[in-house]
Write a protein that binds this ligand. Structure first.
Ligand code: AMP
Ligand code: GLY
Length: 421
């Protein structure tokens, strides 16, 4: 098979490396890919949002399958465009990807179908939002822009003034553009967070092994929220008992709810959960693999990913027995100095071999480019250094050992991946 993967981050590099293991795969293309991906696949200069460009390339090059990995092209209907032209594609159609694209949609869905989540109200009027927050007078309070905002549209306000500033920023200054036309004002929940990615064909849902993301920029969960600074799998807080509660109260009801709404979800559905004192609740849904969750989950997959993808597309996922390795995995993200705010690009990365790898770990490239035999930084999150071991400690030790061999000016990484709640 010839497969085209849409996207350019560490998640896409991970997907490509897993696809390469399949004996069924003859050639992999990436649109647009990155420096590390260029060592594993053929990168083509087509943007991840270019639906027509992707479709045309797929037709002209006899692509058997397009894997649409990022949220934006999914929300924008890339899978609809491709399937409309007779091209097989993995990922939800736009009407289902809205589960990530609109927080108002996902909150209303959960309320309608009794899926546990934080209590909330939706507002279109900033004055009404503030009236509500003042009447509740309970802090911290969580304020979320409705639409996609690169994971940055969530503000946890610890007092009245912070809440007022957040409402103004999102709704009046339009910091996240039209994503802030509506806001969700939400009850603040506490407890460890768990990411569970699941394959679903709309009929059955098969959760993958659990993981834990570390979203804050600095150690001890300090600093700004980022796309994710590191991950581990499995998540120690996700016991078999919790998993069973999630299956019954969250995973299966969500699939059924989407079907009832005429929005059958096919692809990878990501459940962002919080294990609260009242049981597991949904913090958010994503319509795709997480990044850097994919980096620790997919390496543990033993079943051929191509077989699973085809079973999802053809709605026969129930026939597949998905096997996972018992090993633990850890991923440490090396980011550009300054990320998630402004940072420099184009800095040379040293310590990598000609394939962008180091011994003892797998290096998934995110913001890198490859030029004249050198790897250069080209984004906020640069590399995800991933290792596995019999225990989490062993995986972490291997990953950090490999991190120590790699350097670039201003490189920043967390030293406490796997250690905090
Ligand atoms: P989201 O983009 O919805 O995943 O939110 C980003 C992060 O904000 C989450 O990973 C949580 O750490 C935090 N968060 C979101 N909603 C809540 C909530 N209701 N209570 C506490 N923390 C939250
Ligand atoms: N790591 C969080 C996400 O992919 O949304």
């Amino acid at each position: 098979m010839k497969i085209l993967v849409v996207g350019s981050g560490g998640r896409e590099h991970t997907i490509i490396r897993k696809l390469k293991e399949s004996p069924r795969v003859e050639k992999i293309y990436a649109a647009p890919g990155n420096g590390g991906i260029s060592r594993d696949a053929q990168c083509v200069a087509i943007g991840a949002m270019d639906k027509e460009g992707v479709a045309e390339f797929a037709k002209e090059n006899g692509i058997d399958l397009v894997f649409v990995a990022p949220d934006d092209p999914l929300a924008d209907g890339m899978v609809d465009t491709l399937t409309g032209k007779g091209i097989r594609a993995f990922g939800p159609v736009a009407s289902a990807a809205i589960i990530e694209g609109s927080k108002v949609f996902s909150k209303n869905l959960m309320k309608k179908y009794g899926i546990p989540t934080a209590g909330y109200e939706v507002f279109v009027d900033p004055a009404k939002a503030m009236e509500y927050i003042e009447s509740k007078n309970k802090y911290p309070v969580v304020i979320k822009a409705d639409g996609l905002a690169l994971g940055k549209g969530v503000i946890i306000a610890s007092d009245h003034d912070e809440a007022a500033a957040a409402v103004k920023e999102i709704m009046e200054d339009k910091k996240f553009g039209d994503s802030g036309n509506n806001v969700v004002v939400e009850e603040f929940l506490t407890g460890p967070e768990v990411s569970v990615l699941a394959f679903t064909d709309g009929k059955v849902v098969k959760p993958m092994v659990s993981s834990k993301d570390h979203k804050r920029a600095y150690d001890n969960d300090e600093g700004l929220n980022t796309g994710g600074m590191g991950t581990i799998s499995p998540n120690p807080y996700y016991t078999d008992e919790i998993a069973e509660i999630c299956r019954k109260t969250i995973f299966e009801p969500t699939i059924a709810a989407m079907n009832s709404e005429g929005r059958t979800f096919k692809g990878c559905l990501y459940f962002g959960l919080m294990i609260t004192p009242d049981g597991p609740k949904v913090i958010e849904y994503n319509a795709r693999f997480g990044d850097p969750e994919a980096q620790v989950v997919l390496p543990r997959l033993k079943t051929d990913l191509v077989d699973i993808i085809e079973a999802v597309i053809d709605e026969r996922l129930s026939e597949i027995d998905i096997q996972w390795s018992e090993e633990a995995t850890a991923c440490v993200v090396m980011a550009s100095g300054g990320y998630p705010l402004a940072y420099k690009k184009g800095l040379e990365i040293s310590g990598l071999d000609e394939n962008g790898q180091v011994e003892g770990a797998t290096v998934y490239h995110a913001g890198t480019k490859y030029e004249n035999g050198k790897f250069l930084t080209n984004g906020g999150r640069v590399l995800g250094i991933t290792a596995s071991g019999k225990t989490l400690d062993e995986a972490l030790a291997k990953a950090y050992n490999a991190v120590g061999k790699i350097s670039f000016e201003g490189a920043h990484y967390r030293r406490d991946i796997g250690k905090t709640k």
